[in-house]
Design a protein. Structure first.
Length: 290
């Protein structure tokens, strides 16, 4: 293929099964992911991880830190910034508790997978450093689900800084996928003093890279990515600083993007509304083409 689009070989058969009614559609799980930004000499850079090739979902693909919502993310939590009700309006969900859980998952997963924590002792401060054995012990307990994020913040006397996040996009895994996620994408700037690291067992590499460079690597077929990843990278290219990107988050459309699949003659046609570059046609032989 001419680019690095992640396209599993089993998709055509699953799409045909969906079309003839023999495939059971799995309900998507709520998830959140964060495009962590820092300013480099040539503009903003984004923190990306490469998923291990052994992973069942998107193995070898570049992505951002993130993961599923933990039911305990709805527990009462120390909070600063826009209220959960305000976030519900922005994220397009009905309940404030659901919005809180999504934002909480974004902050929690970022800490779990990169060691970066968007929280501070007060509503206008941020933790300066999250390195050390005590922080690592807490991070490991969160990953193992032995510790709820609300309890972690409470014990350390920290408040979640929801104002440090900007909602960027929402993508829903196609109906023919066996693992489905309803994922909200956020942007955030790396807090001063903190360092991002590869703290995830699901990733084998991390990079700081300019969005334009990452997109060019995808276009050359060198960097494997899913459609939401490359689409969000392209949207970031126009911003000259991390602050500009965060300010621009308020203008981003959060209408959910869900792939559509249809049969045309002997071909399967797969498309993402509003993102024509990802349209693929797959013939009876299984070969995909743009």
């Amino acid at each position: 293929m001419p680019n690095g689009q992640w396209y599993p070989p089993e998709w055509p058969d699953r799409i045909r099964a969906l079309a003839d009614g023999t495939l059971t559609v799995v309900a998507p799980r709520r998830a959140a992911t964060v495009l962590l930004l820092r300013d480099g000499a040539d503009g903003p850079e984004v923190h990306m991880v490469r998923r291990r090739t052994s992973m069942a979902f998107a193995g070898g693909a570049y992505a951002y830190p993130g993961g599923g919502v933990d039911p305990r993310d709805e527990h009462p939590v120390r909070w600063a910034g826009p209220s959960p009700a305000e976030w519900a309006a922005r994220l397009g969900v009905a309940e404030a508790a659901e919005a809180q859980a999504i934002v909480c998952a974004a902050v929690r997963e970022t800490f779990e997978e990169s060691g970066v924590l968007l929280a501070g002792p007060t509503a206008d401060s941020v933790v300066a450093d999250t390195r050390g054995d005590d922080w690592e012990a807490d991070r490991a307990a969160l990953v193992a689900r032995e510790l709820a994020f609300a309890d972690f913040l409470d014990r350390r006397g920290l408040v979640l800084r929801s104002d440090l996040l900007g909602a960027w996009a929402r993508w829903i895994t196609p109906e023919f996928e066996p693992r489905r996620y309803d994922t909200w994408f956020f942007v955030a700037a790396l807090p001063a003093g903190q360092r991002a690291s590869n703290a995830s067992t699901e990733a084998d590499r991390t990079v700081w890279i300019r969005p334009a460079d990452a997109a060019a690597g995808y276009d050359r077929g060198e960097l494997l990515m899913m459609p939401p990843t490359i689409a969000t990278l392209r949207a970031l290219e126009r911003y000259g600083t991390s602050a500009e990107a965060l300010e621009g988050a308020g203008d981003q459309d959060l209408g959910p993007v869900l792939a559509q699949a249809r049969l045309e003659g002997g071909e399967v046609v797969l498309s993402w509304p509003g993102h024509e570059e990802f349209t693929k046609r797959v013939g009876t032989g299984g070969g995909a083409r743009a």
